[in-house]
Design a protein around this ligand. Structure first.
Ligand code: NAP
Length: 411
């Protein structure tokens, strides 16, 4: 076991292991958490009480999470001089499943986004964002209850690879000359140039995770969202590799939408939509979509747009999942102006905990938290952000909202 300088490994806890492609979770797992900057501390205090109460009620003491704080962001910088100490990454690598609040992106040259660092270092190749409606939350849609989708966004490749050259730089000019001399392709002088690498390997493993999820959860369809009509080899490749993977690995369990046998079949339907049409479809015919698999940039846009359809980011959870580790996280930022006011909505981290429990196979605890959230929102006891969209609601603090969620759990 690694020795940690700035964290204490909880006594009595055990390590989660990965075997046969799945997480093997003991009854007393050690789970590292990163509190997060800004409002992170307020949110974590409320969320951890909800998680512990759910596990206690679901398993009556048979199971218990042993939380291990690891440092990242401002708290890490103050204690160690580093924004993302190597031992924090090591803790997630060692204990496999972790949860985090929002982190400030330090401003200044040479400092990578901490979130991007985590995803890339641990090869968390899928960003999973479930989007569903909670009855009573203000929404710009007429019928937001029809939105119930899970987005699988590729998390490593695409324009996020970080290969980009500044306008006027010698690198950009050299690349421009090369494209002209080798491929007779014209790029306007002085252009900035970015590279968009997308591989069959990266695309297929993402689509595989999405299809496995759809089969396990009894979902009707998986939609490959892409812009292959314009970017034929990258985005178009994503679509083709997705269909190939479906046929290679899930024969008999999936069927293509354009296959004559699709109608009336119980198999998961695999379909594809051009990215711009996907945004329209989610507004006009959301009930036709269950699971979406998409490259990185499309996924970034569509995740937040879909979250807005059901009432915003304050209650949108997320998970970054790979084959060897998973980190569940708030999808919003640090909202620094509300730090230490006990005001902010902890819903995003609480619902990320639901995803975490599901990944661990602790479905009863996940259901318990979800019931608590539904109950608190139905009772209209909500934090300021939801209260301002919900006529007749009672505004409560972060900690009080946590109490309401706990009170709303049953079983
Ligand atoms: P932000 O922190 O998400 O806050 C923007 C606004 O969104 C807040 O002022 C608030 O709006 C609302 N909001 C966000 N979270 C909320 C919650 N839990 N409950 C209720 N309302 C919430 O975005 P930002 O101000 O652009 O970013 C601040 C810092 O966070 C930056 O350093 C950024 O890099 C970082 N960031 C981190 C992550 C991450 O760690 N995953 C993600 C995004 C940004 P109102 O004031 O209207 O109530």
């Amino acid at each position: 076991m690694t020795t940690y300088k700035h964290s204490t490994v909880p006594v009595g806890g055990e390590r989660i292991e990965v075997s046969g492609g799945s997480f093997q979770v003991p009854d007393k797992p050690i789970i590292p958490f990163i509190e997060g900057d800004g409002t992170g501390a307020d949110i974590w205090r409320a969320s951890v009480r909800v998680f512990d109460a759910a596990v206690e009620r679901a398993y009556a003491g048979k199971k218990k999470v042993h939380w291990m704080e690891v440092l990242a962001g401002q708290k890490a910088f103050d204690a160690t001089g580093e924004w993302m100490p190597a031992e924090s990454l090591e803790a997630v690598r060692e204990f496999k499943i972790a949860i985090k609040g929002p982190l400030t992106t330090p401003v200044g040259g040479g400092i990578r986004s901490l979130n991007v660092a985590l995803r890339q270092e641990l090869d968390l190749y899928a960003c999973i964002r479930p989007v569903r409606y909670f009855e009573g939350v203000g929404s710009p849609m007429k019928d937001p209850g029809k939105v119930n989708i899970v987005i699988f966004r590729e998390n490593i490749e695409d324009v996020y690879s970080g290969i980009e050259f500044k306008s006027g730089s010698p690198e950009a000019e050299k690349l421009r000359q090369y494209l002209k001399s080798e491929f007779n392709k014209n790029v306007r002088e002085g252009s900035a140039i970015g590279i968009k690498p997308m591989s069959p390997f990266g695309s297929k493993r993402l689509v595989e995770m999405a299809i496995k999820y759809a089969i396990k959860k009894g979902k009707k369809s998986v939609t490959l969202m892409h812009k292959g009509n314009i970017m034929k080899f990258t985005e178009g490749g994503f679509k083709d590799w997705g269909y190939e993977l479906a046929a290679e690995k899930f024969a008999g369990q999936v069927v293509r939408e354009d296959d004559a046998s699709a109608a009336g079949s119980n198999a998961v339907i695999i379909k594809d939509r051009i990215a711009d049409s996907m945004f329209q479809q989610l507004l006009l015919r959301p009930s036709e979509y269950d699971v979406i698999a998409t490259p990185n940039l499309n996924g970034d846009y569509v995740s937040d747009a879909a979250a807005a359809q059901v009432g915003g980011l304050g209650i949108a959870p997320g998970g970054n999942v790979g084959d060897e580790a998973a980190v569940f996280e708030a999808t919003h930022g640090t909202a620094p102006k509300y730090a230490n006011l006990d005001k902010i909505n902890p819903g995003s981290v609480i619902l990320s905990g639901v995803m975490m429990f599901e990944q661990m196979g602790w479905q009863e605890a996940a259901d318990m938290v979800m019931r608590g959230m539904e109950s608190a929102i139905t009772a209209k006891t909500v934090t300021y952000d939801l209260a301002r969209q919900m006529p007749g609601s009672t505004e409560v603090s972060t900690s009080k909202f946590g109490d309401c969620v706990i009170a709303g759990m049953q079983g």
